[in-house]
Each structure stands twice: as structure tokens, then as C-alpha cells.
Design a protein around this ligand. Structure first.
Ligand SMILES: NC(=O)c1ccc[n+]([C@@H]2O[C@H](COP(=O)([O-])OP(=O)(O)OC[C@H]3O[C@@H](n4cnc5c(N)ncnc54)[C@H](O)[C@@H]3O)[C@@H](O)[C@H]2O)c1
Length: 422
């Protein structure tokens, strides 16, 4: 048996189950499969070491296989302490020989220890989800930044942090904001987060959502998906926003729009998905109904002010896996799901594979593009090239057996002219 790659995972004996689940996800990832086939032949990532800090799920495992097929030396670490699927991590190590450092429920020290382990391998490309790896590299190991050629970022929160670094002249190498590409955020953030967030809530609580009031904080790409799926299940959906355009859009979509102060006494289930901090606070907990369920699907566990909930609670206990009940002094109970971390990854399995197919096709093509083109780039945040994005959408449509029209010569001429009017 070949020697195992370097790793720190919970239990290698879970590998067969992980492998079966990785193969199951692969069935719904036709675009990534096609890219993997091409990578196997062309080896566009040969000579590169990729440090990937992503949610350790079956879909991510298929991305790692694709990068390795492209010739890269790959290490995967968790981008969230609670999102790791331990069987997937085990399979990556013992079935696929991919160096992996991730244990579900790891403490902060282990989490950063794992990121350090990936950085110890001197990556030439970083692949991040939330910017923790890039931040660690820039703040704790600035001397190492010079040997990183380029990177990619998967999520909204990570891109916000990177743009802040760019503005402060603190970014040391170019990074592609994969999140900002339409085939990522229009599908992953909306349909992926929409379905999987409700999946997480239902798995954690087994609540019937029909007839209940669901409060969605934030009507961005993720919030739109969450609100529409909750409405589809028969919930009375309330949206809170700070952006007037998005608040107006939510109102036009038929949702009740109000402040969190107004929503707090009305909601049965609260979902934060803003990418911002302290959305649910003490004054809101104090106004909530007995049995209110609160959870977060934004990137970091800062959207619910858990410290203030702990402060006003007399007692707390786990009522179901991933559901912790806080009992307030007057006897009211508030149920926090997945410790306030991403509920779709903590209490369910994250996005379905067919949506990650596109996000990870974008990641693979971004890595290939960077391997070829990094030399001409500055230390800035870049968008993925439009033609790569269109290619991913085309391959996805093809895999769904759908075709679209092409412009006729007359239409092309019409769209390019300015003298044809009434
Ligand atoms: N759960 C997942 O799997 C998953 C997937 C993709 C993105 N994300 C994360 O979800 C978060 C949202 O991402 P997005 O793409 O929807 O971002 P977005 O910027 O499109 O939307 C965020 C919305 O929240 C609103 N907002 C900000 N502060 C608010 C406040 N105090 N009250 C109410 N609304 C407020 C903003 O106005 C905006 O409309 C980010 O942290 C992102 O990284 C999670």
C-alpha cells in the first residue's frame, strides 16, 4: 500500500463511506468531470502547489481530484471548523492520496494549525473561502507571500475582505474573485444556499415551515434564495434589509419588509444571511416568542450575538443534534442551530453537487488561467474572464440536454449598429 500523504483527520476508517459519497456527488458534476478529463491530458497545473482552504465536503473532494489531475500538488484544509465531513476527509487521504487537514468541530487553535500546515508546503497558488488562509499568510508569514503567484476566493465575505486589503495596499499577490462571477453567485449563492439552508433547518428541527413566520435578514444573492425557498414551503416570509433597493425588491416580490425590531416578536424562525455582524442582538432575543429558532447562513458566526444570548440565559441544553436551547429568566426558550455557524453546512451537507459543479468548474478554470497568466498581473482582486464564465454555463446547459439559440447574421448586425431606428 502506498504511504499516506500528510494529514490530520478524525478517523481514517470512515474512508469507504466517504469515497461512496464523493462518487455520488461526482455523478451530478458533469462540467467538473469534463474539465478533469481535459486536465488529465493537458496537465495545466504541473509544477504548482495549491493550498486550498475550503469547506471539506464531497463536492470539494471532486475539485481536489480535478486539480490533482491537472498536475498540481494539492493540500486541503477546512475553511470553517464545523463544516467538515469527516468521512470525506478520511477518503481524500486514504482513497485518493490527497493531503488533508480537517476535523469537524476542531477548536480555533487546531483550525489555524491546519492552515499553517498547508502554508508550510510553500504554495504557489492559494484557493480560499472566506479569506482566512490569505489573511494568515499576509499577517503571520508575510515573507512567504513573495513566492505565491496568485490565488482565488470562493465567497462574498472573502471578496469583501480582499477588497479591503487591496484598498489598504496590503494585498501581496493577485486573486480572482470567483464569487463575483455570474455562474457562481447567481446559482451557488441563490439556489445552493436557498435549498441547503432550509435543508439544514429542517434536519436540525424537523419543523413544518408551512404557516410559520420565517424572518430572513439580508436580501442579497443568498437571501433571495432562502426567502423564495421558505415561501415555496408555505412560510409567511419577512425580510429585513439596510439597502433600500434590495428592501424594495423584496417588497415587490411579495415579502413583508420591516425592521428587525418589528420582526423579532413575530418570527418563528430567524435566518441571518447578510455577511455583516450582530444582526440578532439582545434586544431582539428579549422580544422573541417562546420557542423561536435562530440560525445563520452567512459566512462567519458573527451575525448572531451569541455572547449576549448566553448572558441573558439561565440555562442551556442540547435538545437535538445541532440544536441548542437557551432558557431565559422568564422561562422563554430560544433555539440556536449549528452554534450560529453556517447552518447549511453545520446541520446539512452544504450545497447540492450540481450547483457546486459550476462554482468548482469556475475555480478549476481560474486556477488554470492563473497558472498561464499570473506574470502580467498586479497584486489586485480580478474578475474571472467573461469567456470562461460563458464556457461553464454552456457546458452546464449541454449536460442538462438543453440548447439555446445563436444570433443570426442579421441580429448581429442589428445589435452592432446605431443607425437603425423607428
Ligand atoms: N451558506 C453558504 O453556503 C453561503 C454561500 C455563499 C455565500 N455565503 C455568505 O452569505 C453572506 C451573504 O452573501 P450574499 O452573496 O448574499 O451577499 P450580498 O452582499 O449579495 O447580500 C447581503 C445583503 O445583506 C444586507 N445587509 C447587510 N447588513 C444588513 C443588516 N444589518 N440587516 C439586514 N440586511 C443587511 C445587504 O444590504 C445585502 O443586500 C456572505 O457572508 C457570504 O460569504 C454563504
Amino acid at each position: 500500500m502506498p504511504a499516506l500523504p500528510s494529514h490530520d483527520v478524525a478517523d481514517l476508517s470512515a474512508a469507504p463511506l466517504g469515497k461512496a459519497r464523493i462518487e455520488w456527488a461526482e455523478r451530478s458534476m458533469p462540467v467538473l468531470r469534463a474539465i478533469r478529463g481535459r486536465f488529465e491530458a493537458e496537465k495545466p497545473l504541473e509544477g504548482h502547489t495549491v493550498a486550498a482552504c475550503l469547506h471539506v465536503t464531497t463536492e470539494t473532494a471532486n475539485l481536489m481530484r480535478t486539480l490533482r489531475a491537472g498536475g498540481a500538488d494539492v493540500t486541503l484544509v477546512a475553511s470553517n471548523p464545523l463544516s467538515t465531513q469527516d468521512d470525506t476527509a478520511a477518503a481524500l487521504v486514504s482513497e485518493y492520496g490527497i493531503s488533508t487537514y480537517a476535523i469537524r468541530g476542531e477548536d480555533n487553535e487546531t483550525y489555524y494549525g491546519h492552515i499553517d500546515a498547508a502554508l508550510d508546503l510553500q504554495p504557489t497558488i492559494t484557493m480560499d473561502d472566506g479569506c482566512d488562509l490569505v489573511n494568515r499568510l499576509h499577517t503571520q508569514r508575510p515573507e512567504q507571500a513573495a513566492q505565491v503567484l496568485a490565488g482565488t476566493e470562493e465567497t462574498t465575505t472573502g471578496v469583501i475582505r480582499l477588497r479591503a486589503m487591496e484598498r489598504a495596499n496590503a494585498l501581496r499577490y493577485p486573486i480572482i474573485a470567483v464569487n463575483d462571477t455570474p455562474t457562481k453567485h447567481l446559482f451557488d449563492n441563490r439556489y445552493g444556499t436557498g435549498q441547503s439552508t432550509l435543508d439544514g433547518i429542517i434536519r436540525a428541527t424537523n419543523l413544518l415551515l408551512a404557516g410559520r413566520t420565517v424572518v430572513v435578514a439580508g436580501f442579497g444573492y443568498c437571501g433571495r434564495g432562502v426567502a423564495s425557498r421558505a415561501k415555496g414551503l408555505g412560510a409567511d416570509v419577512v425580510v429585513t434589509e439596510i439597502n433600500p433597493i434590495r428592501g424594495l425588491e423584496a417588497a415587490m416580490e411579495g415579502y413583508r419588509v420591516m425592521t428587525m425590531e418589528e420582526a423579532a416578536p413575530q418570527g418563528d424562525v430567524f435566518i441571518t444571511v447578510t455577511g455583516n455582524t450582530s444582526i440578532l442582538r439582545q434586544e431582539h432575543f428579549e422580544a422573541m416568542k417562546d420557542g423561536a429558532v435562530i440560525c445563520n447562513s452567512g459566512h462567519f458566526d458573527v451575525e448572531i450575538d451569541i455572547a449576549s444570548l448566553e448572558k441573558i440565559a439561565d440555562d442551556r441544553r442540547e435538545v437535538r443534534p445541532n440544536a441548542e436551547e437557551f432558557v431565559l429568566t422568564d422561562g422563554r426558550r430560544i433555539v440556536l442551530l449549528a452554534s450560529g455557524r453556517l447552518v447549511n453546512l453545520g446541520a446539512a451537507e452544504g450545497h447540492p453537487a450540481s450547483v457546486m459543479d459550476m462554482s468548482f468548474a469556475d475555480q478549476s478554470l481560474a486556477a488554470q488561467w492563473l497558472a498561464r497568466n499570473h506574470e502580467g498581473l498586479e497584486a489586485r482582486v480580478y474578475d474571472l474572464a467573461v469567456d470562461l464564465d460563458a464556457e461553464v454555463a454552456r457546458l452546464k446547459l449541454e449536460s442538462m440536454g438543453k440548447t439555446i439559440d445563436s444570433l443570426t447574421a442579421e441580429q448581429e448586425h442589428y445589435l452592432a449598429s446605431y443607425d437603425i431606428g423607428t
